[in-house]
Structure formats: C-alpha cells, structure tokens
Write a protein that binds this ligand. Structure first.
Ligand code: 6PG
Length: 254
C-alpha cells in the first residue's frame, strides 16, 4: 500500500463511533478551511447507523459545518429512497434530516431509477461537484472527496465492490451499476479510482463477527480480487481503520 495506514483500535463500539466522528470533524474542518466546502461520501449497511446518530447530536451537530457539506454515498441499493434497504434513507433519517445540510447539496443515488441511468446521472453529479467532467479523478484540492466513509463486509467487500466482480478492474468510470451476492443484489457503487483519490478514507468496523475478515484484509495475503477492501489505497492520503476491540481481536497488532 502506498497510503498511510492507521489502525485505531477503540475499546467499544461507542468509543469507535466517537473516534470516527472526530476524524470526520477533522476532515470536514480542514476542507472547509482550505476551500470553503467539504465533500463527503457516506457508507451504508448497519454499522454507520450509530455513527450518523452521534453526528446529529451535540457536540458533533455543531462541530461539523453542515451547510458547507456536499453529501454523496459510496454505494446505494437499487431501491426507492424510502425503502428500508436504502442507504440514503439510513443517512437521512439518522443524520441528514437533523442537521442543517443544504438540500440540493445532498446527492443521493436515484435507486428507484433504471440502474445504468442512475449510475450515469450520479457520475455526472459527482464529476461536476469535483470539477472533473472527464478523465480520471485527481487529488487536486476541490477535485477529490474530502472524506470517504467505508464499511467492511464479512466477505471482504467495501462499498458495493464485491469479490471477483468486474467492477474491481474498472479504471475509467467513477460509478458502476453492479449485481452482487447480497440482498438486494442490484447496486450502484463508486469504483476504486475515485475512492482512492479521496483523503482520508475512514473505515468503521465493529463487532466480533468482523474479526476474521478484518485480519485477512489487513494482515493476510494481498488478494484484492477476493478481498476488494484491499483495493483501497489512496494515491495521496490516509486510510484510517477505526475498529473496536472485538473486531480487532484477531489482529497481531491488536
Ligand atoms: C452497503 C454498504 C456496505 C457495508 C458493508 C458492511 O450498502 O451495504 O455500503 O459496503 O459497508 O456491507 O455492512 P455492515 O455495516 O452492515 O456490516
């Protein structure tokens, strides 16, 4: 890996969420100081629910300059925004409805639309926000996601980049519609190039059920086809793994 890798082992899920919140505050504060805005890509699944709820409460609700936020998602399920499986719904009900984000700066993936059209629209929106209408992402200020939040699936996936998926090899498109071995299968995901242009990338992984996969990803043989989370290697930045002691239990470092 060329990126700086930090593994922050916290005693409990609650302290892990607070540690992750602090890193999001830091990333947002630095970005706003540099450019007057910050762009963040949220993760989905179940882990971030408590993090989002924490970010919506004092002191984080006022420590993050939400009016300056441009909110994206690392991936989305191809479902309507009010569907229980929607990553947008998760973030909206736990966080975005409770902080002063500017509505037209919340760039949800239109999961209710035909997947390829939704992916193309989302890519256009992201490229416009990152001022790179064509070509690969860059790490220029304002042209990269200021904070990329990711989770880790128990099969080593992250975002909706799943093992042995053709999406893992994508180097041109920033967003792809994919079919994955999960429910629901139809998803839309950021690809590795745009994830790896972000700084920092913050993984949040908690619970004993993730201990084995976390060890394989962090300390096992490099095999990004089988372990797509190993693709995350920002070209100029940091990957921070915020984990609780239960998830870190099998790490040699732990
Ligand atoms: C999704 C997520 C996905 C998630 C992992 C971990 O849409 O499901 O983006 O990548 O982060 O599957 O999910 P849990 O937090 O539920 O374990």
């Amino acid at each position: 890996m060329s990126a700086r890798v930090t593994i922050d082992v916290q005693p409990t899920p609650d302290t892990a969420m607070r540690a992750a919140a602090e890193r999001l505050v830091d990333g947002a504060t630095r970005a706003v100081a540099a450019s007057g805005r910050f762009t963040i890509a949220l993760s989905g699944g179940t882990t971030p629910r408590n993090l989002y709820a924490l970010l919506a409460t004092p002191p984080y609700a006022t420590r993050i300059p939400w009016p300056a936020a441009h909110v994206f998602w690392g991936d989305e399920r191809c479902v309507p925004p009010d569907d229980p499986a929607s990553n947008y719904r998760l973030a909206h009900e736990t966080l975005l409805a409770r902080v002063p984000v500017v509505p037209d700066r919340v760039h949800r993936v239109r999961g209710e639309d035909e997947a390829f059209a939704a992916a193309a629209l989302y890519e256009r929106e992201l490229r416009a926000a990152l001022r790179t209408l064509h070509g690969p992402p860059t790490t220029q200020p304002g042209a990269r996601l200021d904070v990329m939040l990711l989770g880790l699936g128990d099969n080593g996936h992250t975002a909706s980049l799943f093992p042995y998926s053709p999406a893992l090899d994508e180097r041109e498109c920033w967003v792809l519609a994919v079919d994955v071995d999960a429910t629901p299968p139809a998803r839309i995901t950021l690809t590795a190039p745009v994830i790896n242009a972000a700084a920092p990338v913050v993984f949040v992984v908690v619970g004993a059920a993730k201990a084995s996969i976390l060890r394989r990803v962090l300390e096992g043989a490099r095999d990004p086809a089988a372990l797509p989370a190993q693709l995350v290697d920002p070209v100029d930045g940091e990957v921070c793994w915020v984990v609780d002691a239960a998830a870190a239990a099998e790490l040699r470092r732990g």
